[in-house]
Design a protein around this ligand. Structure first.
Ligand code: SF4
Length: 444
């Protein structure tokens, strides 16, 4: 009979974007597989891992503060994630951390954990008793999951340091992604959120080589991946899709209901000169035509995009060009950031840096401008019968999302008579009203 001993316990703090969440899930799964316990408090842990974000200065600050807090409360801290790739900042601020790794570095993190908190030996823990769910450990609610399809990026946008943190594009094998998706679906996941730095580029690095899905040859291409995921019978939502010509191939799958009619297309600006300074991929001149063509194939398509206001040298006319683009594109969902210099980004050297007040004022103006457009798009849905996925149920009914709403970043659908619905359940509802971001509906 196996002798059980008190298991070493690891605390885990995860900051940052969905891609960082996926890294965290991989590390947590490995820890549990090796018999480590997980703790939700600093003092219950023998050691703490902080998964950091280094994207903008505010995120760097938050990450450094969290590391400081973990050191004060616990003392034994391993740092991983995007800020970890800038090891000198972490070490300069917190010389007492035990180890620092970059993002996507589960093996290095595990090596550091082994060094500072050795695992139980195999006869002290039983991998069949220390059960890890087959889909691994997830940090999102049970009914949706992020599915990372590649790591890194081949672009060099001047405001972004992700390529220097995460390297060039590396696509995951298609068979591995589909297998992970199948396990998630078997575990009850109802919605797969496809994430990467550049989803449209999936497979470019491996020249779209042929992989295998359940023994069948399938190309490492976005449309083939989308088709395979579309067979799983759950919602499949595409994020970080640049409007390259190959994206057109996804639209028929949306029209057939295989994947959600939703595209998250980060455009960042609409002035050709600013886009050139940003070194953005894609051709904005053609983007309006492409959007119009997409909507012809899929009239119910929801397009989400994000923009940056106050990029160095942005003139009032160029900002106005952006507002005019929003009028013409009529995007359903828009997010906007005031430009914020990121240490190490080449855009910092551009002339014409704008004061923070101007960057912020333009951001507020853009959001106010878009409000009318978003509201108009939502009003068009009043009276429609739509399918929703329930995220929460409370005294006021159910809070759900439609194909137009990605979790956490878009609006929701309040189902005012949905008290009997369950979290993770699909329901058919009729839209009765809307406000700027959200819909109100009753059961159909
Ligand atoms: S496409 Fe541009 S913004 Fe996106 S990760 Fe690559 S370099 Fe950064």
């Amino acid at each position: 009979m196996t002798r059980r001993k008190q298991a070493p316990t690891v605390g885990f703090v995860s900051l940052g974007c969905p891609k960082a969440t996926v890294d965290a899930e991989i590390i947590l799964t490995r820890l549990r597989t090796e018999g480590y316990e997980l703790s939700s408090s600093y003092d219950g842990a023998d050691l703490v891992i902080v998964n950091t974000c280094g994207f903008i200065d505010a995120a760097v600050e938050e990450s450094l503060e969290t590391i400081g807090e973990a050191l004060d409360e616990n003392g034994k801290v391993i740092v991983t994630g995007c800020l970890g790739a800038k090891g000198n900042i972490v070490r300069a601020t917190h010389p007492k951390v035990l180890a620092v790794t970059g993002p996507h570095a589960a093996s290095e993190v595990m090596a550091a954990v082994h060094q500072h908190l050795p695992p139980l030996s195999p006869n002290e823990h039983d991998p069949f008793v220390d059960l890890v769910p087959p889909q691994g450990i997830k940090l999102t609610p049970e009914h949706y999951a992020y599915l990372k399809i590649s790591e890194g990026c081949n672009h060099r946008c001047s405001f972004c340091i992700i390529p220097s943190l995460r390297g060039d594009l590396v696509s995951r094998p298609i068979g591995e992604i589909v297998h992970e998706a199948e396990k998630l679906v078997e575990a009850g996941v109802k919605e797969l959120l496809i994430v990467s730095q550049d989803t449209s580029a999936y497979g470019v690095d491996v020249k779209y080589r042929t992989g295998f899905v359940g023994g069948r040859p399938v190309k490492t291409k976005l449309v083939d991946l989308a088709r395979e995921l579309g067979l799983l019978g759950v919602w499949v939502r595409m994020h970080y899709v640049y409007p390259y010509p190959n994206v057109d191939e996804l639209l028929p799958l949306m029209a057939e209901g295989k994947i959600l009619p939703y595209l998250d297309v980060p455009l960042q600006h609409a002035s050709p000169r600013i886009l050139k300074l940003m070194k953005r991929p894609g051709d904005i001149e053609k983007t309006l035509d492409r959007i119009a063509a997409w909507r012809t194939v899929v009239p119910r398509l929801t397009i989400r995009s994000t923009f940056i206001t106050g990029f160095p040298g942005e003139t009032e006319q160029e900002f106005d060009q952006l507002l005019q683009f929003l009028d013409a594109a009529e995007l359903e969902r828009v997010g906007c950031f005031a430009y914020s210099p990121v240490e190490g980004a080449s855009a910092n050297a551009l002339p014409g840096a704008l004061p923070e007040a101007v960057r912020e004022e333009r951001r507020a103006r853009l959001m106010a401008h878009q409000e009318d457009i978003s509201t108009r798009r939502l009003e068009q849905r009043i009276g429609q019968t739509i399918e929703v996925l329930v995220d929460d149920v409370d005294d006021e009914g159910a809070i759900a999302r439609s194909s137009a709403d990605a979790p956490e970043i878009d609006g929701v659908v309040y189902v005012t008579d949905g008290h009997e619905l369950e979290i993770g359940q699909f329901a058919t509802v009729t839209v009765t009203d809307c406000d700027v971001h959200d819909l109100f509906a009753t059961l159909a």
